[in-house]
Design a protein around this ligand. Structure first.
Ligand code: BG6
Length: 479
């Protein structure tokens, strides 16, 4: 049912994500008048605030995390907020929450940003207090489980109260402008698509590198590791967008149908096609940083780096490796996709001493939003000593190309889509399950082969074995 919610119920409202992302995003939407004047935002968490106490808390978070240009809107935004303390394990407390939400109005959007252990009691409480009616949709923030089985359990619990059309699973990478631009690049231009296959592409690389370490998320991260924290969701979604067939429409069903087909083609990874690492003390940008175990304060075999050579067993991608790499405490924060094309089938310049290099497309997702296509070009000259060719970049810097429009953070987009009910950029259950299937098999193979992460110095690009993983096939990671 299509409706624009006039109530938003935010669980986990005093948490880190709410302070850094959700409240600032909502305030930005308010400042730009993108949400209805009568949208009420009911916030809930365990912390014991009253309405005014929570508004003061939200004010402090906005002062820290909202862009200065938007701060004049803070007071107006705070008037939308209500607060109700809640222990999600206490079913009897949900009635007071329902009273605070005060009926369904035009529609209710719920956003669950809580510990995974609270998902099931929260859903049960929502259902029991009448907060899961037909005009309610629910957004779920990761992590949704740690395996196929645990995620299925959460999904089953949610499905008991909400049909799939009203469940919005968040992968915030899909809210990033540059990630959506992948679709425009592929499907709004004629010239990439005919070459976008194993006949013309040699390999693809996807790197998501971070400079941050554990960031105090001891309990969560050590139980997850890089494979489940980054590859299972963000990286596989990027891979699916790069590799999927053209959907017939830009809508939730067509796009997600195509993504899930790709995810189901992922071949089981052989043990020698993955490398895991854990950062040891080192330095980033000239600053000494401690090792993972020092930050954690206890022994651990959790990987903070993973590199995988993945394959898609389908007609389009047969024989094209997808090299995936992600890690914490790497030398720079960068997310990028490299599409390495094959060499030209025959070089007419070889007899004149010139060498051609295969074309390469670099799609910068963050922090630089660039699209660079390397093209071979002749070096100017009279060529008495032979023709010289050189690779030159055809470079599009997105901020220059689009200087006018505001760059929005992922959660602004996703919260607005949740309020308005557009599921295109949310992950469907079958996608999540295909992702977990593949990830669980990798973890099982690590366990079977007793694989433990190899140490790497913080500030390096991971264990040397990751370089070897690509080098075996003559591939160099793009850096
Ligand atoms: C989150 C992970 O999903 O994504 C974090 O849990 C990671 O570990 C973060 O740091 C990265 O997001 P972004 O948008 O900063 O690339």
């Amino acid at each position: 049912m299509s409706f624009t919610a006039d109530r938003l119920l935010l669980f986990g409202a005093s948490g880190d994500l709410a302070q850094r992302m959700l409240l600032p995003s909502l305030c930005a939407l308010h400042a730009d008048r993108l949400v209805a004047d009568d949208l009420v935002i009911v916030c809930t968490a365990r912390s014991d605030f009253d309405d005014d106490g929570f508004r003061a808390f939200a004010h402090a978070a906005l002062d820290t995390h909202l862009a200065a240009s938007r701060r004049p809107a803070i007071d107006g935004f705070l008037r939308r907020l209500r607060y109700q303390p809640l222990d999600a394990n206490a079913t009897d407390q949900f009635q007071a929450l329902a009273d605070k939400v005060d009926g369904e109005g035009r529609g209710l959007a719920i956003f669950l940003s809580t510990a995974p252990s609270l998902f099931e009691p929260t859903i049960a409480g929502l259902a029991a207090s009448g907060l899961a009616g037909e005009r309610t949709r629910i957004g779920l923030e990761k992590p949704l489980g740690t395996s196929f089985e645990t995620s299925a359990r959460i999904n089953d619990a949610v499905a008991r109260a909400f049909p799939e059309e009203r469940i919005f699973r968040i992968d915030h990478y899909l809210g990033k402008e540059t990630v959506q631009n992948l679709l425009a690049l592929r499907f709004a231009n004629i010239f990439f698509e005919p070459l976008w296959n194993s006949a013309h592409i040699e390999h693809v690389q996807i790197t998501v590198a971070e400079t941050v370490g554990l960031e105090g998320r001891v309990g969560f991260y050590d139980g997850a590791g890089a494979l489940r924290d980054m590859v299972q969701n963000h990286m596989l979604q990027l891979l699916a967008l790069v590799a999927m067939e053209p959907p017939a429409l830009y809508d939730a069903t067509a796009v997600r149908d195509e993504k899930v087909k790709v995810l189901r083609c992922l071949r089981l990874v052989a043990p020698d096609e993955t490398v895991t690492g854990q950062y040891a003390a080192g330095a980033i940008a000239g600053h000494a940083v401690p090792g993972y175990l020092d930050e954690l304060g206890q022994p651990s075999d959790t990987e903070t780096f993973v590199a995988i050579k993945a394959h898609l067993d389908n007609w389009r991608w047969k024989g094209v490796p997808f090299y995936l790499r992600t890690g914490k405490r790497l030398p720079e924060r960068v997310t990028e996709i490299i599409v390495q094309f094959k060499p030209v089938p025959h070089s007419i310049f070889a007899g004149r001493g010139a060498r051609t290099q295969p074309n390469r497309l670099v799609i910068g997702i963050q922090p630089q939003e660039n699209i660079t296509l390397s093209l071979m070009s002749k070096v100017p000259g009279l060529d008495r000593e032979g023709i010289r060719l050189r690779s030159v970049p055809l470079d599009i810097r997105m901020p220059d190309a689009f200087a006018g429009p505001t760059r929005r953070i992922a959660y602004e987009r996703l919260l607005l889509d949740l309020i308005e009910g557009d599921q295109t950029l949310f992950v469907r259950r079958d996608e999540v399950e295909a992702q977990w299937d593949w990830i669980d098999a990798i973890r099982a193979s690590w366990a079977d082969h007793g694989m433990a992460p190899q140490p790497y110095t913080a500030g390096s690009w991971g264990p040397t074995a990751a370089i070897a993983l690509a080098a075996k096939n003559g591939v160099t990671w793009h850096e």
